[in-house]
Design a protein around this ligand. Sequence first.
Ligand SMILES: C[S@@+](CC[C@H](N)C(=O)[O-])C[C@H]1O[C@@H](n2cnc3c(N)ncnc32)[C@H](O)[C@@H]1O
Length: 192
Amino acid sequence: MQAADWDARYAERQQWSGEPNPLVAELLADLPPGDAVDLAAGEGRHALWLAGLGWRATAVDFSATGLARGRARPDADRVTWVAADVTAWDAAPSSQDLVLVAYLHLPDPPMTDVLRRAVGWLRPGGRLLLLGHDVVNLTAGVGGPQDPAILHGVERLAPVAALLDVDRLATVPRATPAGTALDTLLWGRRAR
Ligand SMILES: C[S@@+](CC[C@H](N)C(=O)[O-])C[C@H]1O[C@@H](n2cnc3c(N)ncnc32)[C@H](O)[C@@H]1O
């Protein structure tokens, strides 16, 4: 989907709850705050939540309409909002303590290249958290995009995981009203 498609979707209505994804919240809630990039932040639910915990959060997305929804939320001025295409946007090398990539789905190229660059933004010990729809969701889960070329998976993420000290690289269940969805989780840190 192009930026205009996402703009149209966000213009229709709020797409996601204002709350963080439960697994994102579980993994990040107790980390000491620092500098964070929320890549493909959409309406900014995670960037806003992180900022509330004391993080200096930068929300990057190419949908100006999605970002405008986030900017309209209370305390939105705590977040730095950036309208940009993630395939071209860059943070300074070794400048971030966390890069969060939640439900960004792109084909390859450019998905793996985007993630490789994101690892380069991390300080030693900094964390990458990627969560998104897993390719096995097509046959064993519910909802999500149906194009296998843009779905994540443990094998597809292996080249990115190889750049990290990995805590978890796995397919994980997510409860939805329609049933159990299957997501890919990559949770790791840049070596010190
Ligand atoms: C499913 S939404 C997820 C939003 C947010 N991460 C969340 O979990 O609430 C996917 C987002 O990716 C953004 N996106 C897709 N391709 C992008 C690109 N090339 N550059 C910037 N943002 C992109 C869309 O605009 C959309 O906001």
